[in-house]
Design a binder for this molecule. Sequence first.
Ligand SMILES: Cc1cc2nc3c(=O)[nH]c(=O)nc-3n(C[C@H](O)[C@H](O)[C@H](O)COP(=O)(O)OP(=O)(O)OC[C@H]3O[C@@H](n4cnc5c(N)ncnc54)[C@H](O)[C@@H]3O)c2cc1C
Length: 512
Amino acid sequence: MTEDVVIAGAGPNGLMLACELRLAGVRPIVLERLRGRTEENRANGLVGQVVRALDRRGLYERLSGSAEPPRPSPAFVFGAMPLDLSRLDDNPMYGLPVPQRRIEQALEERARELGVEIRRGHELTGLSQDADGVTTEIAGPEGGYRLRTRYLVGADGGHSVTRKLCGIGFPGVTRDDSVSRGAHVTVPAELIDPVTGGLNVPGYGPIPPFMHHRTDDGLFVYAPFPTGTLVNTTEWHQDGGDQPMSLDELRQSIRRVLGADLPFGPPEGEGPHQLRRLTGGNTRLAERFRDNRVLLLGDAAHVHSAIGGPGLNLGLQDAINLGWKLAAEIHGWAPPGLLDSYETERRRAAERVVMHTQAQSALIAPGPEVTALRALFGELLRDERTVKHIADMMSGADIRYDLDGTHPLIGRPAPDLVLETETGSVRLAELTRTARPLLLDLTPGAALAGALHGRHDRVDLVTAKPSREGLPTALLLRPDCYVAWASDSPNPDVKELDTLRAALASAFGPAR
Ligand SMILES: Cc1cc2nc3c(=O)[nH]c(=O)nc-3n(C[C@H](O)[C@H](O)[C@H](O)COP(=O)(O)OP(=O)(O)OC[C@H]3O[C@@H](n4cnc5c(N)ncnc54)[C@H](O)[C@@H]3O)c2cc1C
């Protein structure tokens, strides 16, 4: 028997892809070498457009516990420089402070609800490809076995076995000149500023919360998350040693970085608590994201510094981009080049992340030249347009896919809309939870009703009234909620309807 898709790796990105495939009618098998979910916590939250993307699958509500739509954050940080986002009219920087462990748990629950088979304790160890599929070799709890599949997706992390088995290079740089130390701690209440929520460190002064704080000797972060207070330092040109990490080591590091002692105690509550030392880091981008019937996803395709927290913004959106395209191949309606557009579209997003994480790493490094560069950068950040440029870049809102058409929304994520339908008011994010392509017809006379002839199996039509003036009158949305076509005309003419048909064919294949 041949499976449709096997996914190696039940990290966040493999699980997200599994959910997307299932929504698109494909039944993937997920292989995960670990027998249980990892206790390690990496990300402390989601940052950027991914928060909107998860809202458009109903996952934001699940993770935030709130039925309210996501709201952008009024402030963020770039290379340890504060970004005042409250000044922006169109702030793209959404955030959701939820630990990665919890995100993985929610994605796994969702995948299981959708009927995804997750095989824990099953490790991909080998693969061979031919024109029709991939034969995978797997080491399972009861021994080795083979699984034949039409496509294999390597979502198996930065050390991806899939990538190595395909001989795909992973060029980039490895830095080993910095040491980061972090731990959950308890800080005495009298050191916490009741107004800013920041720290008042005796002998040093105020330090705002969540903002990377650079000194002449390193970097300090105080992050009072609802799930626990994290304190972090980064120092350069220092040997981390090979002793087990301890709170005392963190205390000494803080003394070197701030030149003052921060009195803190061990964390309270059950945990699991973080206590870690990381040396250096990698910035690497796979030579290609596809090798015939094998695709790479998430950290398997790209790794970079965690500064600014862009990893899941990138990887989860990779999964949302890939899911519907792979499903289209399996269902047999994918137009030529659709699957390859996964790499074209997401490589650019990955290159942007590689660029801005390296730029931020340069801005937090020690030395008087960097201090001078920061002073100049600080002056540039007084200009709202610079703040907007950086916010767009960090959030991924500056990504525009190269799709045909001149409307400014084409190639961009759909705007957040509220629509008046026959059954009442609805947010667009509620209509996209099925992950089906949507043609939104907001024209006064429902002028687009006939446009989907021959494609009703693949594209849903929604007729509604816009809730306010100034919105487009029609939008064709891909399942990843990117705009494939748009119109501002209340009654699109023949020429415009031709461009709609061309967009439908280019994204969703010929009518049948
Ligand atoms: C210290 C740190 C802090 C970070 N902070 C942030 C942050 O604040 N915000 C953010 O967005 N991102 C952050 N990241 C990045 C984020 O954690 C990663 O981008 C994310 O985990 C990648 O997900 P993934 O699913 O691609 O890979 P992984 O999470 O690495 O998952 C891969 C899975 O594949 C499994 N696997 C591996 N090999 C095989 C095999 N051969 N067969 C079967 N299964 C296999 C592994 O066991 C694992 O479960 C941080 C990363 C680190 C290290």
